[in-house]
Design a protein around this ligand. Sequence first.
Ligand SMILES: [Zn+2]
Ligand SMILES: [Zn+2]
Length: 72
Amino acid sequence: MTRRATVQCDECGSPFFRDSSTMTGLCAECAHVLYGYPPCVHAFDDVGVCNLCGWNQSRSTYIATLLDERAK
Ligand SMILES: [Zn+2]
Ligand SMILES: [Zn+2]
């Protein structure tokens, strides 16, 4: 397995692969929710970490609130 550069998302705090997100400092998930960038299709492994983007399904309170508002 090739080791990919991992950085931490400023928003949700999850580690993610730097090359998986359009935005520096934001994981693909947060960049999608906040700025409408194309989302990762996510392929979660046994411990709930995405093999494609590295996101561990963390949500900041802000993101959770946004998603909650949109679901109404
Ligand atoms: Zn994030
Ligand atoms: Zn993903």
